[in-house]
Every structure is written in structure tokens, then in C-alpha cells.
Design a binder for this molecule. Sequence first.
Ligand code: AHG
Ligand code: MN
Ligand code: MN
Ligand code: MN
Length: 336
Amino acid sequence: MSQKISLTRYLVEQQRQDGHIPPELRLLLEIVARACKSISQAVNKGALGGVLGTAGSENVQGEVQKKLDIIANEVLIEANEWGGHLAAMASEEMDSIYLVPNRYPQGEYLLLFDPLDGSSNIDVNVSIGTIFSVLKKPEGSAAVEEKDFLQAGNKQVAAGYCVYGPQTTLVLTVGDGVAMFTLDREQGSFVLTEENVQIPADTKEFAINMSNMRHWDEPVKRYIDECLQGKEGPRGKDFNMRWIASMVADVHRILTRGGVFMYPWDKREPQKAGKLRLMYEANPMSWLIEQAGGAATNGRQRILDLQPGKLHERVSVVLGSKNEVERITAYHLEPK
Ligand code: AHG
Ligand code: MN
Ligand code: MN
Ligand code: MN
């Protein structure tokens, strides 16, 4: 029987390979994985755990918070604040950054997360997840401020998500490809089940919320219209559509079998670049997709090169199979 490789062993071996990840980063990732395991246990209880439904509060995004949004946020804060590997955290569910309390040692990393992604699926028992991104605190001893988080996605030192579906699967990159770990509930540990994940460059599957079609910009309408024409149309092949409305589940499908995911700008809120958040949704997912051979743009530019201006800023997202992303991006760049 092939030996089971645990997350810890994978990270220790990454650490040994040309010092790919320092011990502090390994510790951070193991703690985040343990927090995701706790969140998975809460998710799996559902109604039995009193975790469904709304909390009656609103977050900085103007969204009604679900109980699990808050529970997952608290689990991640409590798991990470005492370890000495972090200086501060930022979350979709918190207006401003969270500084590690002075009673704990300060570390050199910044952790950003979407504690519960896909909240609209919580009460209908559809896959949801947690997304996380790790940056290094800028040099200098001054206390961390929000501006220290405003680093482009190409500065990430680790990124990943945990999808709470039929399996609980942690997907991670530290810049050396993408690995997937499935939670072995009997052992209580994440076991390596895929590594060097590769996304096919072509696909016949797109993911977009079609109900927003009338609000899209022309290049997106053109791309989707061509897909819908099937093999009689300019693409010469039939397409399939998937939309789970949990980014983690849609991205997991794309990492597993290819596809293209789009949450484009639309004219409902023209001042917002899109619905998804750059720092803790688009950046970590874009790095994972690129590390698996895919591409990720905002329709015009590589997402990982975007310089953030605000912690909770939004971005238009096109990611997945490289050739499709390049086609969609080319449509956006064509002179009007
Ligand atoms: P969150 O639940 O963290 O706020 O994120 C939800 C996001 C993302 O997961 C998903 O792709 C998208 O919202 C779905 O949006 P629609 O419900 O508008 O389709
Ligand atoms: Mn939300
Ligand atoms: Mn989200
Ligand atoms: Mn969320």
C-alpha cells in the first residue's frame, strides 16, 4: 500500500527543498489547516450545531452575515493569534486589520482570509469553503498598518483554500505547484491526494452567473454568446455550463478538470470593479490557478500584478484554462 503523506510531511519536505518554506511558514500553514478542520466540523453539524441561518449583522461589504461567517472568522483568529508566526490578520468579515495582541509574540507574516466563502449556499447544504493568502510583513519594526497589507498578489508566499464538500479538501501552493490534501476523518489529518495539479489549456466548460447577462460588458457578452452557439458557431464545439456560487467549489472543479470561471464587472454597480474581493478571494485563487498552468486576469491585466489601493477592494475575475482566459482577455483588449 503506498505510504500516506501527511500535510506536515509534505511541508517539511518543501522546507528541505532549497529552503522553500521557513519553519515559521510551515507552522502557520499547519495551524490554518487545523482551523479549517474545526470549521469543517462545525459545517458538518449544520442544523444540529445551530450554525445555520443569519447572525443579524452586516459586514463591511454590506452583506448580511451568516452565523458560519462569524464562527469561521473567530476560529481562524483564535487559532492564529498566539502562535508567534503572525503580525496581523485581515478578513472579509472584519472592517479593519486585526493586530496580534501584545501579550503574544509578533511574527513576520500577514494572514488574509475569506473565512466562509459561498455563504449563500450554507443553508442549502451545498459546498462552501475557506480561502487564505499569506504575505510577509514589510521590513521594519513599526507596528503593522493596513497599508502593509496592500501588496500585489505576486508577493504572496502561500495561498490556498479548504472546500467543505462531500470531502473536506485542502488545496495549497507555496510557489512549487499545487497540492491537494483530503481530510482523513478517522485519523483527523489531511493526507496528500494530488500534487503537481495541471489544468488543461483548453476547455468546453464555462462558469458564470448567467442571470447577470444583461449587465455585462460587450466582450463578455461576445464570449458567452459564441460559447452558446456551440459547434455550429465560431468555436466549433459545444460548451457546458456550471455555476455553484461558491468560488471555492467552482475553482476546485477547474483545478480538477479544467474550465473557465468569470465574475466580470457589470453595470449594476459600475463604480465597483466586480463582486469578488482582490486580497482574499482573487489573489489566492489566481496564484493557485497559475501554479497549475492556468491564467487569471481582470479581463485586461494579470490579477497577480494589480497593485491594491484598499483592503476590501473588488476586482473583475476571469480565471482557468489558459487558452480560454487569453481569448476572453484579447476580446477585452480589442480596440472598440
Ligand atoms: P462570499 O460568500 O465569501 O461573500 O463569496 C461569495 C462569492 C463567491 O464565492 C461566488 O463565486 C459568488 O459570490 C457568487 O455570486 P452570485 O451569488 O452573485 O452568483
Ligand atoms: Mn460574504
Ligand atoms: Mn467569498
Ligand atoms: Mn465569505
